[in-house]
Design a protein around this ligand. Structure first.
Ligand code: FAD
Length: 310
């Protein structure tokens, strides 16, 4: 038997044998250089893991570096006293039923080559926006929110419907489009005249995904409006660990390397391009591409503190 994993077969032997198992050939190729990668990804949260899988599918040698001792980032999990806890995830936005062709979840499942069953998503039963003296229930069927607005804010439903039809679609979303940067409060108020309703509609969207203090970019508002009200919420039956463990299993299965307790302290640049990283313990790794999910400002700080002049 040819024991490729134990290194008892040379690449030449492998060439002459009829073995065509991608994972094994990939492993051999990866053993060539231990500290140089096609892509280095900073952060093993959901975005770092998903990017790693996508790149590994295209036969890239990928290494994900994570400062924490575990995966998941802000959406992590732990077990204590016999109970499972999710750190961040309350519900997953952009829910879609099995077989849906459009929207971010369908695209993600397709691109990462998962099946709908892998994430074991259950649809929400219902949610509620509660302000003193006012309540709006909503579900993954926008009809419920419409009927709630009709009931609780008579005279506002036409404005709400015109707001819905003015939303940017994911497909025509362009960060450079001047509409993207407009004030969401101003756009919503141009359709909906009741200030309390404006506040109630915008509040959950700001909680779920907004970097500004008192307002949202209209483009971001559209993303979150679709994610929360039009597509809605779901949750894996056993919490976020189901998703994260599946992502790691797939990434490692494709030959990807995941290094925990490996914080990046510097990003090296050469002629304006990121070419490598320095870890907290001083280890240096080279990469043709460096992707970071550490955050915009945090990533720039890593580049700024680099020894490189640029
Ligand atoms: C309290 C809370 C509740 C939330 N609830 C929900 C929810 O219910 N539903 C939902 O959809 N979203 C929710 N979110 C948002 C969700 O957590 C984020 O959108 C998601 O975690 C972003 O994933 P990410 O991979 O881009 O970044 P992160 O999760 O932030 O991952 C970045 C990773 O990079 C690592 N890192 C940073 N710097 C370095 C470095 N220098 N070297 C190495 N590693 C580094 C970090 O340790 C981290 O693991 C919630 C967030 C919070 C905080």
């Amino acid at each position: 038997m040819l024991d490729v994993r134990a290194g008892k077969i040379s690449p030449r032997d492998l060439f002459h044998s009829q073995i065509k198992i991608p994972a094994l050939t990939r492993e051999l190729r990866f053993n060539r250089m231990s500290d140089s990668y096609d892509t280095i990804i900073i952060g093993a949260g959901m975005s770092g893991l998903a990017a790693g899988i996508r790149l590994a599918h295209f036969d890239q040698r990928v290494c994900i570096l994570e400062r924490h001792y575990t995966i998941g980032g802000l959406n992590s999990f732990y077990r204590m006293g016999g109970r499972d806890y999710d750190v961040g995830l309350h519900a997953m936005t952009n829910y879609a039923k099995k077989g849906t062709k459009k929207g971010p979840l369908a695209k993600l499942i397709r691109q990462l080559r998962f099946s709908w069953e892998d994430f074991k998503l259950a649809e929400q039963i219902g949610s509620s926006i509660r302000f003193p003296g006012a309540q709006l229930d909503f579900s993954n069927d926008i009809g419920l929110l419409e009927s709630e607005i009709e009931k609780n804010f008579p005279g506002q439903i036409d404005g709400f419907r015109s707001l819905c039809s003015s939303l940017l679609d994911y497909s025509d979303m362009d960060g450079d489009d001047p509409r993207f940067m407009q004030s969401a409060r101003e756009v919503v108020a141009s359709h909906v005249s009741n200030p309390l309703l404006v506040e109630m509609l915008i509040c959950p969207l700001m909680w779920y995904g907004n970097a500004r203090e008192d307002d949202m970019d209209f483009g971001q508002f559209c993303i979150m409006f679709r994610a929360c009200y039009l597509e809605g919420f779901g949750r894996p039956y056993k919490g976020v660990r189901v998703i994260l463990k599946n992502l790691v299993k797939r990434f490692r299965g494709l030959g990807g390397e995941l290094k925990l307790r490996s914080g990046v302290s510097k990003i090296h640049t050469d002629k304006g391009r990121a070419v490598g990283v320095v870890l907290d313990d001083g280890t240096e790794l080279q990469g043709k591409r460096i992707l970071s999910s550490a955050g915009n400002i945090e990533t720039l700080r890593l580049v700024m503190t680099s020894h490189s002049p640029k």
